[in-house]
Design a protein. Structure first.
Length: 253
């Protein structure tokens, strides 16, 4: 029995290499093709940005995973998902991030992430008991704020796309946003990351304001931008920067 158990443990370890082993494998690959990129990754990204204190390790996992899903970039997704889980992001939160981003980055991107998560969850023996319910009891709704939002959107766009306006109210803000297995602050964080990652700057003011209402602090916003420059590129971040700056400055007046 002990031999069988030991073999099972060994097999599990082989199936889920440690973060250090995965990083070592990535470094070897980069050195074989782009040694300068490996230096930047080791010294600037992993040795610098990931160690900054303006975001927690857990937040960095959420931000990185959301960016990769939003841009449909599976190359580092399994590594990032494992690291996020190691840094305290719960399986139910990973599941909710994927579900949320189906609406904010597109259904195909979410289903691509599901394929990666399925293997990660299987290797880590994450079962249905660790995942959110399909229809949980919702969080309380801010009736006044939601009524104002719905009235504004309906007045502006109800005659053009009534189905979209109805789904925005019924599916997004009265269902998706009230799911309890991803905290409102983290759900807002994921949304802002997706908007920056996909260049949707027009939507940033509303969602960044909502994120800050939900507890995201200005230094953390700066940390998100600094982090995302490496994962979505400097142009995407600098395109978002003036909009973010304007939101923060207006809130501080």
């Amino acid at each position: 029995m002990k031999i069988v158990a030991a073999a099972a443990v060994a097999a599990a370890l082989l199936a889920t290499p440690s973060a250090n082993a995965q990083e070592s494998r990535m470094s070897e690959t980069l050195k074989a093709v782009a040694p300068a990129l490996d230096r930047y990754r080791e010294q600037t990204l992993l040795g610098g940005v990931w160690k900054r204190t303006d975001l927690s390790a857990r937040d960095r996992g959420i931000v990185t995973l959301a960016a990769l899903i939003a841009r449909n970039e599976p190359g580092e997704m399994a590594f990032t998902m494992n690291r996020a889980l190691d840094d305290g992001v719960a399986p139910r939160e990973v599941s909710e991030i994927i579900t949320h981003l189906a609406f904010y980055a597109g259904w195909p991107n979410a289903t691509s992430a599901v394929a990666v998560a399925k293997d990660v969850f299987a290797a880590r023996k994450i079962g249905p008991d660790q995942l959110p319910s399909a229809s949980p009891d919702p969080l309380p709704l801010d009736e006044k704020a939601e009524a104002t939002r719905a009235e504004t959107v309906g007045r502006q766009f109800g005659a053009i796309a009534p189905g979209l306006v109805r789904n925005t109210t019924d599916v997004l803000f009265r269902d998706l946003w009230l799911r309890p297995d991803l905290a409102p602050r983290d759900r807002s964080l994921v949304t802002v990351v997706a908007l920056i990652a996909t260049g949707q700057t027009a939507q940033i003011p509303y969602h960044l304001g909502r994120a800050m209402d939900n507890g995201l602090k200005p230094p953390e916003v700066g940390g998100v931008l600094t982090h995302l420059a490496f994962y979505v590129g400097w142009p995407s971040v600098f395109s978002a920067l003036p909009v973010v700056k304007d939101v923060i400055e207006k809130r501080s007046r």
